[in-house]
Design a protein around this ligand. Structure first.
Ligand SMILES: Nc1ncnc2c1ncn2[C@@H]1O[C@H](COP(=O)(O)OP(=O)(O)OP(=O)(O)O)[C@@H](O)[C@H]1O
Ligand SMILES: [Mg+2]
Length: 273
């Protein structure tokens, strides 16, 4: 009995063309389903020679654990107000539950992944963003060394968005912002946000392309609001010549591969005017 793949299976597993050596940063939204195809897609990209970094959120699970502990959650401009107890829950959920789960699912799909949080080698340093938000950080620097070390060794790097201040104080930090800053620090070729909507909508339809001016106007008018704001801001900051930056529906099967290969329903793309 032979274990060799059938011709169809071999085709399905053939290395993807044009991705070898490319650096891809994926932001996985907390509302995106647990049964999705991300682990498979990431594994296939890794096997094809891509350097893949996954930054995950965890909003819904953080809210669920805060509810269990009887804490209420308040949002200011799409960002969570964070006191010390909230921060403990945020760290437990992000660096514990979610990070481990993403790593484990990539491993189960046949990939090789290692999880990091911002404290590892001081990877994500931040200062307090705005006292009104409590223990929320604004990124001051990204140390790319631990990421490079793991990517060079062939691992997928899975980042929990938790930052540290110089005082060793942990700070809550928006996952979208982390994804954008990591993409900038690495000079990534592509930054893809996987979320729970088909893209940025103007109320009636999904906008396929946005220039920085158009995006600013949508934020000013409030058409883009809530959790979409930090995503758009991160895309605009990460947008640079040659870097593809987009927001796609992470609930769709093979959303990652479709976005990387620039195929159908690839959400909203940011373009320089
Ligand atoms: N113009 C818009 N078009 C599309 N979605 C929008 C728009 N304005 C606001 N949103 C909201 O942004 C949400 C996506 O951001 P959200 O923070 O909820 O998810 P996420 O960032 O993918 O997950 P997490 O915060 O857990 O990491 C959408 O579900 C939608 O409700
Ligand atoms: Mg969000």
């Amino acid at each position: 009995m032979s274990n060799s793949p059938t011709p169809t299976e071999a085709l399905a597993l053939a290395p993807l063309r044009g991705v070898s050596g490319k650096t891809l940063v994926l932001k996985l939204g907390g509302s995106v389903g647990r049964e999705d195809t991300l682990p498979e897609d990431v594994t296939r990209l890794q096997a094809s020679g891509a350097r893949v970094v996954v930054v995950h959120g965890g909003g819904p699970l953080i809210t669920a654990w805060l509810d269990r502990t009887g804490k209420t959650t308040r949002f200011v401009n799409g960002l969570r107000y964070t006191d010390e107890e909230t921060l403990d829950v945020v760290r437990m959920v992000l660096a514990g539950l979610v990070n481990g789960e993403v790593v484990n699912r990539i491993q189960a799909a046949g990939g090789r992944a290692v999880g990091l949080s911002g404290a590892d080698d001081g990877m994500l340093r931040a200062t307090v963003k705005d006292p009104e938000l409590g223990l929320v950080g604004e990124i001051s620097s990204v140390n790319r060394k631990p990421i490079d070390l793991l990517l060079d060794a062939g691992y997928v790097v899975v980042i929990a968005p938790v930052a540290v201040a110089a005082s060793a104080q942990f700070l809550n930090i928006n996952a979208d912002t982390v994804a954008g800053e990591v993409a900038r620090a690495l000079g990534a070729d592509q930054l893809i946000f996987l979320t729970d909507v088909p893209g940025i909508s103007d109320g009636d339809r999904v906008l396929r392309e946005l220039t920085p001016n158009q995006a600013d106007a949508l934020m000013t008018s409030g058409v883009v609001g809530g959790g979409m704001v930090p995503k758009v801001q991160a895309c605009l900051r990460a947008l640079a010549k040659g870097r593809m930056t987009q927001i796609v529906d992470g609930r769709e099967a093979h959303a990652v591969l479709n976005a990387v290969q620039n195929e159908v329903s690839a959400g909203t793309r940011f373009v320089l005017a």
